[in-house]
Design a protein around this ligand. Structure first.
Ligand code: UDH
Ligand code: NGS
Length: 284
């Protein structure tokens, strides 16, 4: 075993760092209506193990955890995995995909699932970068790098649903990238947003309150498609979100990663992702 470790270290030392910007990236055609099976996606991604992959010819600069808040969106997940594994590999990412699934019959809490993904992924590996992505957004250009930057990054700033425009300046939904330090600095997201809407606006206010700015990729390369769907049952907001959003700075230090409670009911190592199923409680 020792000899094995020594030789793999020597090999690793000989590998160059991967370039900041991977070569040969450009636009790609995607169809959000494709029908694929897990089996076919697995057969096209045999090098992905438990949702993880890293480049063999160079050492990636960041270890990335992709966190997907999830419930009852299997068709979307298949489309996401079908496009995103090859996409992330072409970007020479060293990455693992985590699907954080909320158990049935309670109001959805996207923000809490994102916090849980951060905590649980952090137990597996020393990730540098956390990219939180909705399951229904697929980028249309490989130059849109799934990487963390100097500032928290909003990556869903050019979605087809909004005609590839930003609907309002402080939109921070869909896909965001935080380094570990950046996410700890804002104490993650609020755990108090039950049902649709507002948790991303609150996160934006946390970032500003913590003295950081947000970044966005150029709109020309950030184009992405959202998979069409109707509202999910059991995901109506509580109507308290505007109050919570405006008080983000006051609550940030007591509502977030340091006040997070949950019970994991299952952990499944699927070939294409790690699925963590959690009980997260109900609104107070
Ligand atoms: N999600 C699930 N299951 C759910 C609810 C949400 O997996 O039941 C996850 C999923 O990753 C999704 C994300 O949370 O992409 C965001 O939720 P959403 O897709 O419901 O939110 P979005 O704003 O769409 O994308 C809202 C539905 C249309 C309502 C139009 C209101 N303007
Ligand atoms: C705002 C929501 C955000 C949401 C954004 C875009 O109104 O959470 O719309 O949503 N804020 C509140 O509800 C307070 S979208 O049209 O993409 O479904 O991200």
């Amino acid at each position: 075993r020792n000899t094995e470790n020594v030789s793999s270290n020597i090999l690793k030392d000989e590998l160059p760092m991967c370039p900041e910007v991977p070569p040969n990236l450009g636009p790609m055609d995607i169809s959000t209506q494709i029908k694929v099976t897990f089996e076919s996606i697995i057969s096209e991604n045999l090098n992905v193990k438990s949702g993880c992959w890293k480049p063999q010819s160079c050492v990636a600069q960041q270890k990335i955890a992709i966190i997907i808040p999830f419930r009852d969106r299997e068709q979307h997940l298949k489309v996401w995995l079908y496009y995103m594994h090859p996409f992330l590999q072409e970007q020479q990412g060293n990455y693992c995909v985590y699907v954080v699934e909320q158990t049935q019959n309670t109001t959805f809490n996207r923000a809490k699932l994102m916090n849980i993904g951060f905590m649980e992924a952090g137990k597996d590996n020393d990730f540098d970068c956390f990219i939180f992505s909705d399951v229904d957004i697929i980028p249309m250009d490989r130059r849109n790098l799934y990487r963390c930057s100097k500032n928290p990054k909003h990556m869903a700033n050019s979605v087809d649903k909004f005609n590839f425009q930003l609907p309002y300046n402080t939109l921070f939904g869909g896909i965001v990238a935080f380094s570990k330090q950046q996410f700890l600095k804002v104490n993650g997201l609020s755990n108090m947003f039950w049902g649709w809407g507002g948790e991303d606006d609150e996160l934006y206010n946390r970032v500003v309150a913590a003295g950081m700015k947000i970044e966005r990729p150029a709109q020309s390369i950030a184009k992405s498609k959202m998979i069409f769907h109707l509202r999910d049952p059991g995901n109506k907001g509580t109507g308290k979100s505007f109050h919570l959003i405006s008080k983000a700075a006051n609550r940030m230090s007591i509502d977030g990663l340091n006040s997070l409670f949950y019970n994991i009911t299952e952990r499944e190592e699927h070939m294409l992702f790690t699925k963590i199923t959690v009980q997260i409680g109900t609104p107070e």
